[in-house]
Ligand binder design. Sequence first.
Ligand code: URA
Length: 434
Amino acid sequence: MQMTDLLAKKRDGGALSTEEIEFMIRGYTRGEIPDYQMSAMCMAILLRGMDERETLDLTMSMMHSGETLDLSPIHGVKADKHSTGGVGDKTSLILCPMVAATGLKIAKMSGRGLGHTGGTIDKLESFSGFSTAISEETFFRNVNDIGIAIMGQTADLVPADKKIYALRDVTGTVPSIPLIVSSIMSKKLASGADVIVLDVKCGDGAFMKTEAQAAELARGLTRIGRLAGRKCAAVITDMDQPLGYAVGNAVEVKEAIAVLRGEEKGDLLELCLTLGACMMVEAGTEWSVEEAKLALMQTIEDGSALAKLAQLVRAQGGDARAVYDTSLLPQAKVTLEVPSEKEGYVNRIHAEKVGLISMHLGGGRATKESSIDLSVGVVLHKKVGDAVQSGESLATIHASSSEKAQEAARMLLECFEFSAEPVTRPAFIKQIIR
Ligand code: URA
């Protein structure tokens, strides 16, 4: 078999066979197929597409390019969640303890943040001592004992995706549905959960800009998951403004704790309830999304979700006192209010720009190697639809110096757009795909 023949076939709109896809992924992972040929193949796939059988074959070949996690030592149904990446997305910190408090097992692999989007591992490291570098044995034991564990992605999980994603990033080939589906689902399938719930973002802060594109991606992801024998559901959500109020690391943990305490309601809670309810219905522990939401709300009302977060933090070496006393989380040296220079109704908050401000403050990584400051970030006080008076604070900046805080404040003013007329809040949960 020759890669040049496969390239010509895809360039002319043909479908690659199962054997051809295996040959290509095995050869590229081993370094036998060069980057320039794989780049050309990614572009051919972006332009010509792949049918469902090809996408499934690509996903399975990528999944088998490295180690896969066998979760059979864990008793019961294991659930996992994936988000296509958002600004201020702290849902895992809320959803996972809530679902685990209902008795469903959460065995989750998470990543670190890159660019303007944050990662669950970084956020969890706001608890002093918390580690996601745990052995498989500890991971299994914790899920069996307390119903929840979160570990970092091992280096050997889907090595093909690490190479292909890096190539796509620099060759303009990220926005291809079969390439995104195979990238996300190969990692989720390799992580071993029986139930996978996907939060597919659309809008300014996401790479699927329209609801129609997000729905196509969500259908592709759930179909491949089901064809691979897993239970799958997806929720399409709006990313035209940051999720919730806080963007950063410790500030997001603090907000997540407020939700678990029942002190913050709104879109963030609604998203966690919806994702969690989909997990429970797919797992068969509840019959309907509405019943499942009530069961999840109960875990907030009786304090069991907050207690589950404390158990998770303690079991992975973290200081669980911070769950009940958030002053123990990293605190920024400087805080600065950002008074509005305009008045009216908030029409838009550019999510990606707010994410970039948090990154510039030191809260996100420009490259994989950068280290981050867990204490910095932005806490919004106004969201789309809110009325604002001139001089009223739009947000608080948490920074390591007053120069950085001033610069961030200037940038933040540019993230807000106002309307003189009242603005209707957009529907946040756009579709549930089950
Ligand atoms: N996230 C991934 O893991 N892969 C993609 O291709 C896009 C988003």
